[in-house]
Unconditional design. Structure first.
Length: 268
């Protein structure tokens, strides 16, 4: 059995400050340690329950946060940024299930921990068919395209509502309860690990064809934070300018929607 694990940092337990998530921050070492410990613990539990191959896609910032030297032999690590479909690159390589760890709520979510979608400096909101789109939602659609069900997610209580509404079969690990963007209540790592122990076997039971989400067509809106970025993004073929801040894109493939998001973020 092969498991794909995409790992972000902002939704991890104990993460509350930009100084932990920014490689230039004086507490960044904490973020790396927590991200590594949770990722490897979840990997170990899936391995103990029958997974013989696991790929971890390091998916935060420059995407080189997890300590490579700590990997067990059954885990491979994808590192480095500027890759196609950044957070879920490689999910098309024949995986049985996907797990998203350290994820956060969509940009525009109220009282959520580090809410943003893809680029906090560029996008104030992204929607798909009128629904507020988190990175969880976008990445789940790409997993669905390749026939991979998402079976476990870990993040804050605000993202949990989104996950349960969209994918009720997913086993959710509440890493923290958000108070404001930069404050949260976090259980002990021991309690979180106990939850992981309980939920991994249950998650594996949800590997079913009916637990794959797909859309036949997508109307995506990218709402930018400033008009000068929108002015430049408007030049991209296929985009329609809807107002000073918003561009719209119609497509049938979530991968195209993701790549358009990457292009807008990088050229604007």
């Amino acid at each position: 059995m092969r498991i794909f694990i995409s790992v972000d940092m902002e939704g991890m337990p104990g993460i509350f400050s930009n100084n932990q998530t920014d490689p230039k921050g004086d507490r960044y070492y904490e973020g790396r340690q927590i991200m590594t410990e949770i990722s490897l613990y979840v990997s170990e539990e899936f391995h103990n329950n029958g997974a013989d191959e696991i790929l971890i896609a390091d998916s935060h910032d420059g995407m080189g946060n997890i300590y490579y030297e700590k990997l067990p032999k059954y885990v491979s690590l994808l590192r480095g940024s500027r890759r196609p479909i950044n957070m879920v690159y490689g999910i098309d390589k024949g995986f049985d299930a996907a797990v998203f760890l350290g994820y956060h709520a969509a940009a525009g979510s109220l009282h959520a921990s580090f809410d943003h979608t893809y680029s906090g400096s560029k996008f104030s909101e992204i929607t798909i068919n009128g629904r507020l789109a988190s990175e969880f939602y976008i990445n789940s659609l790409i997993a669905g395209k390749y026939g991979v069900p998402v079976i476990m997610v870990g993040g804050d209580d605000v993202l949990e509502l989104d996950v349960k509404n969209l994918t009720p079969w997913v086993e959710y690990i509440r890493f923290k309860e958000a108070v404001t963007r930069h404050s949260s209540i976090t259980p002990s790592l021991e309690n979180i690990k106990n939850e992981i122990n309980k939920k991994v076997p249950r998650a594996l039971k949800s590997i079913k064809p009916e637990n794959i989400i797909k859309l036949s067509s997508l109307k995506v809106t990218y709402k930018l934070k400033n008009t000068s970025d929108a002015d430049i993004a408007e030049w991209i073929p296929g985009l329609t300018r809807r107002d000073a801040y918003t561009l719209e894109y119609d497509c049938e493939d979530p991968v195209l929607a993701y790549k358009m998001m990457q292009v807008i973020s990088n050229i604007s």
